[in-house]
Design a protein around this ligand. Structure first.
Ligand code: G4P
Length: 540
């Protein structure tokens, strides 16, 4: 029987979980992700002045500056998870690094989010990196909210932008507001729900909001006075068109990831950001249940559980420590409690649990489902591992392996150091920074490394030299596409007929894969081998 005081405790922790919103921001570099995050933090009171989110400047460095970057950043994760409070909500933002930092971790981060905010530059539309990250959101069927940014600059036609999202990404759109002009003639947005125009106002740096006016669209005379006849006519016409043409708003479809609510604004001038944040928080889900081998685990379960989605190795040779990032999936975490690391078969206390907040790390004593914690990892955790209460023993569904896009053949300079070389490269692969493949029919002599972002090649070289004392040479290979063979039991790999540029390899678990130079060859190979099923992700 639950006693009164236990009852109060239960409702305490469920209340904490219910107010959590954990989301990732996806975008192409330069669309305004950092600026938007800064403005969110400003509303949350987490920072006093916009401009203190770290990471952007460092992300712009050239590859050769990489070691300097790491030194500057210490552990290079300072901006990867941010937590702040707003309007009673506790918000966790997961950053998805872009530029040179784009790596498999960027994809893995999406495995820890319950929804995604997609930032699009209004003058550029859907760009490459957004497309890639979007695919992972679709695979997870998480809700996606769109913020079309930079309306204070000349923008593409609004209908065209929505059309592009629908066609390119295959998701229905529902504009929550609608921009009136862009660039020099940007006048504000029309709020479809309230049926009023919110006039554009620029903000002074560091202040929360400017002085917008809300004009009901019925008040046509005032509207014309504020917008001018031309803009008012265009708006009234577009509103009519829109009501007839766009998808009906349906929260269920949003939650299933089939419909994206679209907002327009300008992060830089802080216009439309709070409107977006408010709507987003109302529509976004509380922490979602997660699949495990015992069935889905409800976040409201009292017992704590989590899974590791990212491991960050410190580049500093003197401290070979790593930080394992975990997403709490259920219950409440208490730093003093004992937990079970299922894959390691050990009961333990998590060492130095910490939360990353803007540019500092703080040791935490408790956290709840939906939160992300980083713990000191002496080299025992792997990506996808489950942590739960000592009396339990279940595994969360693994994190897929994502397709690398750059490949190189690796050779050690000193062949006498074979052992260190293999040990080093396998360990780095186990952390998830790189993927390693072998020629299909030969042994380990020829190692092919695949990475999602080219910076990982430098990381590999640097770490092998500094941590394992092994010098390597990398020879770039022309492949850009990799596919796992989903129905490998049904396919005779030896007899598979590919294109002349195709290469058969296997991963460290022996799974067969195909490498291609271009996407055309992928299609051709599928055509030539009826029944062959290829995949961009591997769940093995
Ligand atoms: P990212 O994190 O997605 O890579 O983009 P970030 O926020 O760094 O923004 C990229 C550039 O776009 C920055 O300019 C930023 O000031 C600008 N920007 C972001 N939002 C808006 C907006 O709503 N309107 C306009 N006009 N510009 C916007 P920069 O000159 O490259 O950097 P900075 O010197 O301003 O920091």
């Amino acid at each position: 029987m639950i006693t009164k005081s236990e009852e109060i405790k239960v409702s305490d922790y469920t209340q904490e979980i219910k107010r959590r919103r954990t989301f990732a921001i996806i975008s192409h570099p330069d669309a305004g992700k950092t600026t938007l995050t800064e403005k969110f933090l400003l509303y949350g009171g987490a920072i006093n002045l916009a401009g203190s989110v770290k990471g952007k400047a460092t992300a712009r460095h050239a590859v050769s500056d990489w070691m300097e970057i790491e030194k500057e950043r210490g552990i290079s994760v300072t901006s990867s998870v941010l937590q702040f409070e707003y309007d009673g909500y506790c918000i966790n933002i997961l950053d998805t690094p872009g530029h040179q930092d784009f790596s498999e971790d960027t994809y893995r981060t999406l495995m820890a989010a319950d929804s995604a905010v997609m930032v699009i530059d209004a003058s550029k539309g859907v760009e490459a990196q957004t497309r890639k990250l979007f695919k992972v959101c679709v695979m997870r069927k998480i809700p996606i909210f769109t913020f079309i940014n930079k309306l204070d600059r000349d923008a593409n036609d609004t209908f065209d932008l929505l059309d592009e999202i629908e066609k390119e990404l295959g998701i229905a759109t529902c504009p929550v507001n609608w921009p009136i002009g862009s660039g020099k003639s940007f006048k504000g947005v029309y709020d479809r729900n309230k049926k009023c125009v919110v006039t554009f106002s620029d903000t002074e740096k560091g202040t929360k909001e400017g002085h917008s006016e809300e004009i009901p669209v019925e008040n046509e005379a005032h509207l014309r006075e504020m917008l001018g006849d031309e803009a008012a006519d265009k708006l009234l016409e577009e509103v009519e068109l829109l009501d007839g043409a766009s998808a009906e708003f349906d929260l269920e479809e949003v939650r299933k990831g089939e419909l994206t609510p679209v907002f327009f604004g300008s992060a830089l001038t802080n216009f439309g950001v709070e409107i977006f944040l408010k709507h987003f928080l109302e529509m976004a889900t509380t922490p979602l249940p997660r699949k495990a081998d015992i069935g889905p685990v409800d976040p409201m379960e009292k017992e704590f559980s989590a899974f590791v989605f990212k491991i960050q190795a410190n580049m500093n040779k003197a401290h070979r420590d790593r930080i394992a990032f975990m997403r709490i999936c259920s219950g409440k975490f208490d730093a003093s409690m004992e937990v079970r690391h299922v894959q390691g078969g050990k009961v333990m206390r998590l060492s130095q649990p910490q939360q990353i907040m803007a540019d500092e790390r703080k040791i935490l004593s408790e956290a709840y489902a939906g939160d992300i914690i980083g713990v000191f990892d002496p080299g025992i955790f792997s990506i996808g591992d489950t942590i739960c209460m000592p009396k339990e023993k279940f595994c969360y569904e693994g994190i897929p392996t994502f397709a690398p896009e750059h490949f190189a053949r690796v050779r050690q300079v000193d062949t006498m150091k074979r052992k260190q070389f293999v040990k080093g490269i396998e360990q780095i692969a186990q952390e998830g920074a790189i993927q390693i493949f072998q020629e299909f029919n030969t042994g380990l002599e020829e190692i092919i490394v695949g990475v999602v972002g080219v910076l990982q090649f430098d990381v590999l070289k640097y770490r092998l030299e500094n941590e394992y004392n092994v010098e390597i040479r990398l020879e770039n290979l022309p492949y850009e596409h990799i596919r796992w063979i989903e129905n490998k039991e049904e396919v005779n790999i030896e007899k598979l007929v590919g294109t002349s540029d195709m290469k058969k390899v296997k991963d460290m678990k022996g799974n067969p894969l195909l490498l291609f130079v271009n996407s055309w060859s992928v299609g051709m190979t599928l055509d030539r081998n009826k029944g062959l099923v290829l995949s961009e992700f591997s769940r093995n």
